[in-house]
Ligand binder design. Structure first.
Ligand SMILES: Cc1cc2nc3c(=O)[nH]c(=O)nc-3n(C[C@H](O)[C@H](O)[C@H](O)COP(=O)(O)O)c2cc1C
Length: 346
């Protein structure tokens, strides 16, 4: 048993349900007397790393979970500066943690829904509430039909074309997909049933696992078909909420925290939410020179148009886009790794 303190166990459970890209859960918790250290855990095929944008977004989301939990239960828990390098984020408390700290339903109910959404408009008060949320300089821009969603969808399609031609991103996605019930039960990665695939789609994805096959079919344009499938739901979206803010590590943690706040809020109001991260990820990849030269001009143009349509200022970036609407079906819930696998005593 990693800890027999029920108060600490409640905190660990809360930390572990944080969302992460492809449900990779890049963290490990070190339980020590009077404190829990959250450390980065390199996952197989890791495409982000400790200071990577996707990692910081997830750790920002964890900070929001903690803030809500601490506030709700009136806990006397202090959080150190957040993880930006190899230094852990540390939670400390004095005295005993209260034994019973049930997780708030809204934190537990937050989830990803990748299925089609209803077309009806978001009620004006819901849009206003999303637009109202800010955290330091991070803010939420809500795009409605007619506001330029077509331009966002075009950029998603362009970036997705690059994504489905990237060997590295192919291996990352294929390494994340979970096909059998045993694989799903292990608790990480993407359960194939959470993806909106046509009949035979799961078998096709499994067959496509070796890059040699994907790459051969890309020769006859498979990446174009996949990219069009990624972009299409945005064209039909009742709303896309875009988290925009400073392009820095601290700005990204704030954006991750704000994104989680908006996600929890939208789900608890009955809306379905799907993160669309391909634009943000390709901005990072372009900046780091990880987009092949032959596509970089195209990707650069697509992302410049996103900056224009969202009115993104200099020194800022798009941190996350969320497709939001009323669900047409409940999405299967992703699991998490058992705490025994990611908690270390001492
Ligand atoms: C930084 C980040 C990027 C993500 N990008 C995407 C994405 O592009 N598409 C998608 O469908 N889900 C995306 N997700 C959602 C995760 O896959 C999801 O949170 C994870 O699988 C856990 O599932 P849950 O949200 O249902 O708990 C992203 C999540 C995070 C934190």
């Amino acid at each position: 048993m990693y800890t027999d303190d029920p108060g600490q166990r409640a905190l660990l459970e809360l930390l572990s349900i944080t969302p992460s890209a492809d449900n990779s859960q890049p963290w490990r918790f070190h339980v020590k007397p009077g404190r829990i250290e959250v450390r980065y855990r390199t996952v197989p095929g890791d495409v982000f790393g400790v200071g990577g944008h996707g990692s910081l977004m997830a750790f920002g989301a964890m900070r929001e979970n903690l803030a809500r939990h601490i506030r709700f239960h009136g806990l006397d828990v202090t959080l150190s500066e957040f993880l930006t390098s190899d230094t852990p984020m540390t939670l400390t408390w004095s005295g005993e943690l209260p034994a019973s700290q049930p997780l708030q339903a809204d934190i537990r109910d937050r989830h990803t829904n990748r299925f089609p959404f209803r077309r009806d408009a978001l009620p004006a008060p819901a849009v206003a509430a999303l637009r109202n949320e800010t955290l330091n300089a991070a803010r939420c821009i809500v795009m409605l039909p007619g506001d330029g969603l077509k331009r966002l969808a075009t950029a998603v399609e362009q970036c997705s074309r690059a994504r489905f031609r990237s060997h590295e991103l192919h291996d990352w996605l294929m390494g994340s997909l979970r096909f059998t019930s045993d694989e799903v039960a292990a608790g990480d990665g993407l359960d194939i049933s959470t993806l909106p695939l046509p009949p035979g789609g799961a078998q096709l994805m499994r067959w496509l696992k070796p890059w040699s096959r994907m790459s051969a079919l890309n020769g006859i344009g498979l990446y174009r078909m996949f990219a069009a499938m990624e972009a299409k739901p945005l064209l039909a979206a009742p709303a896309v909420a875009c988290i925009v803010g400073p392009d820095s590590a601290a700005g990204t943690l704030d954006a991750g925290q704000l994104a989680q706040r908006i996600w929890v809020m939208a789900n608890s109001d009955g809306f379905a939410v799907q993160p669309v991260y391909v634009l943000t990820d390709h901005r990072s990849r372009l900046t780091d020179g990880r987009v092949p030269k032959e596509w970089s001009a195209e990707i650069g143009d697509a992302l410049a148009d996103v900056d224009r349509v969202l009115n993104i200022g200099s020194g800022e970036r798009l941190h996350m886009a969320f497709r939001i609407g009323r669900p047409t079906r409940q999405a299967p819930r992703s699991r998490r790794l058992p705490l025994e696998h990611i908690v270390v005593s001492g």
